[in-house]
Design a protein around this ligand. Structure first.
Ligand SMILES: Cc1cc2nc3c(=O)[nH]c(=O)nc-3n(C[C@H](O)[C@H](O)[C@H](O)COP(=O)(O)OP(=O)(O)OC[C@H]3O[C@@H](n4cnc5c(N)ncnc54)[C@H](O)[C@@H]3O)c2cc1C
Length: 426
């Protein structure tokens, strides 16, 4: 039986594990921490803007599992906040154990607290992954879903220092680039001012530290918009964000809080003294990152060159997905690319043509579009998400943005791809 080894248990790795398993492989998922879903543990926003379309496309293609989880763990459905429509907010305190049970029930072998540090390679083929305890996990096909952050040193070099975020590098060790170990140079995303990487775009406040009035509003409506005092408005700060879909004036003039179990503050970081000037936030304190008053993690420092079937160029048996596979932002983007990579890992092992999704689907188009853009100087400064900025505009202008589930199903049926991810290939 084909053995698929996935390195990195974020949303992309979990999605790849499920689709590779469904296609008939024996699957091992290697995760350096004690939690699955990676950055998804501090996220929560789903189905906003074009992510709705992408979610329904992935479901119609035959991979509903992870979206069923996020929908079932939703605290709020169909809400609006500045620039964003029909969003679902999942509860970050509930999702991870649910995903963990799902993967275990499917028979996926998960190795926690197992950090990949190197590879064993013969010619252009990876044979095995070396873990920090020096044991080796051998496989036929490998999928890298290690995200795009670097080791903690990158947050010191390109950010404001280690902010003590969900990645927990001091405890679980640094991320490494598997593709680079295999001899393929990483691509680095840039900011407008040519510096490398980008700050993660949101922090979480502990809800118990907010006023009763704000907590009630969050619990009831999912959103609270609080005006920032005139002297503290800083429009320049929008440029440093990863999440260009939230780089709108409204986010510079207001504190936008979303209820994801914690209160998600839509800014990379915000000085505590200034935050506490705002009514209802007098006692506010950060939950993630702990040093959210000063810094956040820095991402997009390690992207692998790939084709549109998610295969890494220059290595015969390595695929990639999620942030590692492009300047993608988002859980939905990670799940959609991860699902395709998992399915294609089995095709690759069988020597049959890999699946490439057509560009009249939002998922197919973002995969191809991000690939075209990443080779340009300007494209390196952009981020690609169904939820906003350039790609959502593109979805709207090309008719890819559809919110009618039946229409999406019909579209996928017309290209003969309905339920393709359910096909057992072995
Ligand atoms: C603070 C914050 C809030 C966000 N909010 C949202 C949101 O609300 N909605 C949304 O859609 N997106 C959000 N995002 C973006 C989104 O979370 C990411 O784009 C997406 O989850 C990336 O998934 P991934 O699987 O590619 O990478 P990651 O989530 O980074 O997962 C990579 C995994 O690989 C593991 N790993 C790394 N190196 C190794 C190694 N050497 N050996 C073994 N394992 C390794 C890591 O521990 C991690 O679990 C947010 C991001 C941040 C930082």
């Amino acid at each position: 039986m084909t053995k698929v080894v996935i390195i990195g248990g974020g949303w992309a790795g979990c999605a790849a594990a499920i689709s590779a398993k469904k296609a008939g492989a024996e699957v091992t998922l290697i995760e350096r921490t004690d939690l699955l879903i990676g950055l998804g543990n501090v996220g929560g926003i789903m189905r906003n803007n074009g992510r709705y379309t992408a979610t329904e496309e992935n479901i119609a293609l035959g991979a509903p599992e992870l979206f069923d989880v996020t929908d079932s763990c939703a605290r709020h459905k169909n809400i609006e906040f500045p620039g964003h429509k029909h969003a679902t907010l999942y509860d970050v305190t509930q999702v991870e154990p649910t995903v963990r049970r799902l993967l275990k029930d499917k028979g996926i072998n998960i190795l926690f607290e197992s950090r990949a540090i190197d590879i064993i390679k013969e010619d252009k083929k990876i044979k095995g992954i070396v873990l920090s305890d020096k044991s080796v996990i051998y496989g036929d096909v490998f999928i890298e879903t290690t995200g795009s952050t670097g080791p903690m040193g990158n947050c010191l070099k390109y950010g404001n220092g280690c902010s003590m975020c969900i990645l927990r590098c001091p405890s679980f060790g640094p991320r490494i680039s598997i593709s680079k170990r295999a001899g393929v140079e990483d691509i680095l995303g840039k900011r407008g001012d040519e510096s490398y990487g980008a700050f993660s775009g949101s922090c979480k406040l502990n809800k118990d530290s907010l006023s009763a009035e704000i907590v009630e509003k969050l619990n009831k409506e999912g959103v609270a918009v609080l005006r920032i005092p005139e002297e503290d408005i800083n429009l320049g700060k929008l440029d440093i964000k990863v999440c260009q879909q939230y780089a709108l004036k409204e986010f510079a003039e207001n504190i936008v809080l979303l209820d994801t179990g914690h209160a998600k503050l839509m800014a990379p970081f915000y000085p505590l003294e200034k935050l506490r000037k705002i009514k209802g936030l007098e006692n506010a304190r950060y939950e993630d990152p702990y040093a959210g008053g000063k810094a956040n993690s820095v991402r997009y420092l390690s992207i692998a060159p790939r084709n549109n079937s998610m295969k890494v160029r220059g290595v015969d048996n390595l695929l990639c997905a999620g942030e590692k596979s492009g300047l993608f932002v988002g859980h939905t983007e990670a799940i959609a690319t991860g699902t395709l990579a998992g399915h294609n890992s089995v095709r690759l092992s069988l020597g049959v043509p890999l699946l490439e999704l057509p560009r009249n689907l939002a998922i197919g188009d973002i995969i191809a579009f991000a690939n075209e853009q990443i080779i340009t100087e300007e494209g390196l400064k952009k981020r690609y998400t169904f939820a906003g900025s350039e790609f959502f505009q593109r979805m709207k202008s090309t008719g890819l943005y559809i919110t009618d589930k039946e229409e999406i199903k019909r579209k996928i049926s017309r290209v003969n791809l309905l339920g393709i991810y359910n096909e057992k290939l072995i």
